[in-house]
Design a protein around this ligand. Structure first.
Ligand SMILES: [Fe+2]
Ligand SMILES: [Fe+2]
Length: 174
């Protein structure tokens, strides 16, 4: 059965709220990914796009793992535009940094780990192992392309990500 838009929006929203309250996820608001888009908004757009892909192609997935993996796929928690020498290899190394950080804050399943570590295929030339990881890998490329070309993501996913950004700002401590 195809997942309904309302159902996956609710699931993403709940997961983001939990992550903001229980981890370092809110730090991702302070780092730019591509264009004008923060890592926070980018990751929500990728989670949204991943759900849309599974819906359109009618792929059976573990929806919770798909959403958690997508939200944490860029959990590297630094500014990759800061000019530091090690950032030259950011494209190759950040999936592993993201996975390491995520494992410090969450109990990840093997599937969720694979989604995070393999999202940069084919730049990192080890392919994803699971359907969910392939979906996130594709969704990330679609979102990154839109952000790079237009400065933001297109359509409902961007609107939804902004809604969650506003909604979760009330949890800021300072
Ligand atoms: Fe990434
Ligand atoms: Fe990404």
């Amino acid at each position: 059965m195809r997942i309904r838009r309302q159902a996956f929006e609710q699931k993403i929203s709940k997961e983001v709220e939990k992550m903001v309250n229980e981890s370092r996820f809110s730090m991702t608001r302070d780092f730019i990914q591509h264009g004008d888009v923060s890592v926070f908004v980018h990751c929500i757009c990728v989670a949204y796009m991943s759900c849309v892909i599974t819906r359109v192609l009618n792929i059976r997935v573990n929806l919770s793992a798909l959403i958690v993996g997508a939200l944490l796929h860029d959990y590297f928690l630094y500014d990759w535009h800061d000019g530091e020498l090690c950032r030259k290899v950011h494209g190759f190394t950040h999936p592993f940094k993201a996975c390491k950080n995520a494992k410090e804050d969450f109990e990840l399943s093997y599937l969720e780990e694979n989604i995070i570590k393999r999202h940069m295929f084919p730049l990192v030339p080890v392919p994803p192992r699971y359907r969910e990881a392939w979906v996130v890998c594709l969704a990330d490329k679609i979102c990154a392309t839109e952000e790079t070309l237009m400065g933001h993501c297109k359509g409902r996913k961007m609107e939804f990500a902004k809604e969650l950004l506003d909604k979760n700002s009330i949890f800021e401590e300072d």
